[in-house]
Design a protein around this ligand. Structure first.
Ligand SMILES: *Cc1c(COP(=O)(O)O)cnc(C)c1O
Length: 497
């Protein structure tokens, strides 16, 4: 929807062109001083194969045009600094600014991973202290910080299970995954060479211990369980579940990508989890919108420790050193020692809060989710009759009968000035609306968000067409998603000049 004042474009509402369309031949964004050394042709200096003489349709623009183009685009965005972001910690929770200040400290930001150990003692101590704090939070004996993402942590964790079982004589064949699991869990099991066995959730959205007991035999290597699970429900039988696995010599793996509902209150190691990954870029506050960077810390009980990725930190007197003498290690899973900047932010977050502060953040995350649940539950159907943890999941069955679905409601929410919630996930919920406010939202913001959803519920009741045509306040109104998916245009074609 390109808006204009007559034919004149206004900066307030203009529809930004593509950078390619702003191009004028010959314009550049830099001016270099004249050469004061003899000129060498690039083909000669680099070899002909390394040099591109032309980049087709390369945009030619001045510096200020580039800056304004991207600045204008940035004002179209919705971000956590603008208002509540109901996708929650999984996508973008608020990250205290102090973490950024610490991560930018010169000695940390510019440390080179190959600088000598004698010059890296501070950085190594940061890694050691973070490992210790996370082990305390998880209830585990050791932690590796090498994996660069949650899925990477899962892969590392299941490889640890495989190595451990192999050392016992049999790596086994199957990994159990509940039907509510995040898609990366079955993917991880397959990549690690296991067959996936799915167990169905019961009417409370939980794993049924009796059904599990039927599925566990001597071929099962591990179960990958998320707790609280992806429908926002705490697995009440988790101790029993771990017991069932252990009785058959299987390992209990926990997907702790989002640990916001547990930190400072319950420790996975204490309820029987042998190995867990946690996304430092989710629970422990590193901005990661757009896909990175991340860190998937993995915590383990002592029996899995010998298999952790090498090198491991070890202290020789006062000095930290990297220990490569780890004969049972699964090897490296990443270059260097992990995404160090993410590790610094996680440690800053943990230390700034302290134990009581982390526990408070957890309680606030639960309180905020349950406040939203209480305000919305009379108009939207709650998916499972079980207490909500850090997120609440509704289904769209009431609204579907009235003529609008979760995707329509989400688009209408944009008109009310909020980012949509998670739409249609988890898949086992009919037309899911999944909402995670996180711990930092003030009550006024929660109320504004709930008011918007309640107003939309009334609109769906009286006039579902308005909701089905949303959004109407944005520069681009509803796009044809089916055509976009079936016939994607992924290449810009030059407009004839
Ligand atoms: C985000 C997430 C993952 C995957 O983490 P990545 O860092 O995106 O690889 C796995 N499990 C759950 C429950 C998640 O929320």
């Amino acid at each position: 929807m390109a808006k204009s004042i007559g034919k004149v474009r206004s900066h307030l509402v203009q529809n930004e062109k593509l950078l390619f369309e702003l191009s004028t031949p010959g314009k550049v964004g830099y001016q270099l001083p004249a050469l004061d050394v003899p000129e060498v042709a690039p083909e000669k200096a680099l070899g002909g194969g390394q040099v591109r003489t032309e980049i087709e349709d390369f945009p030619e623009v001045s510096e200020v045009e580039v800056i304004r183009h991207f600045t204008r685009l940035s004002t179209w965005n919705y971000g956590i600094d603008l208002g509540l972001f109901p996708l929650g910690s999984c996508t973008m929770k608020y990250n205290p600014r102090i973490n950024e200040a610490v991560a930018r400290a010169e000695g940390l930001a510019w440390a080179h991973p190959y600088q000598p150990e004698s010059l890296s003692q501070g950085a190594m101590e940061i890694i050691a202290v973070l490992e210790r704090h996370l082990a305390e939070i998880f209830g585990h004996d050791a932690v590796t910080l090498q994996p660069a993402a949650g899925a990477h942590g899962e892969y590392t964790g299941i490889m640890l299970v495989r190595a451990y079982l192999e050392s016992q004589g049999n790596p086994r064949k199957k990994v159990i995954v509940p039907d509510s699991a995040h898609g990366t869990n079955p993917a991880t099991a397959i990549i690690a060479g296991y067959d996936v066995v799915t167990v169905k959730s019961n009417e409370h959205g939980m794993v049924d211990p009796a059904a599990l007991a039927m599925a566990v035999d001597e071929d099962v290597a591990a179960m990958m369980i998320t707790n609280p699970n992806t429908v926002g429900v705490f697995e009440e039988n988790i101790v029993k579940i771990c017991g069932i696995l252990h009785a058959k010599g299987a390992q209990a793996y926990m997907d702790g990508a989002n640990l916001n509902a547990l930190v400072g209150i319950a420790r996975p190691g204490d309820f029987g989890i042998d190995v867990l990954h946690s996304n430092l870029h989710k629970t422990f506050s590193t901005p990661h919108g757009g896909g990175g960077p991340g860190a998937g810390a993995v915590g383990v009980k002592a029996h899995l420790e010998p298999f952790l990725p090498e090198p491991r930190l070890k202290q020789a007197g006062e000095q930290w050193t990297w220990d490569y003498d780890r004969p049972q290690s699964i090897g490296r899973v990443r270059a260097y020692y992990g995404n160090f900047g993410v590790l610094v932010r996680a440690l800053a977050y943990i230390m700034a809060h302290g134990g009581p502060g982390l526990k408070n953040a957890t309680i606030d995350a639960l309180l905020n989710a349950n406040y939203i649940r209480a305000r919305l539950k009379d108009r939207f159907k709650i998916a499972y009759d079980a207490p909500s943890m850090h997120e609440c999941v509704f289904e769209d069955s009431v609204q579907e009968k009235q003529g609008a679905r979760t995707g329509d409601i989400a688009k209408r929410l944009i008109d009310y000035g909020f980012h949509p919630y998670t739409v249609s996930f988890p898949l086992i919920v009919h037309g899911a609306l999944m909402i995670e406010p996180t711990e930092t939202e003030p009550k006024a913001e929660l109320d504004a968000f709930c008011d918007a959803l309640l107003a939309i519920a009334s609109e769906v009741e009286s006039n579902p067409e308005t909701v089905k045509q949303a959004p109407e306040m944005t520069r681009t109104s509803r796009v044809d998603e089916v055509t976009a998916a079936r016939k994607p245009v992924v290449r810009w074609k030059p407009v004839p000049r």
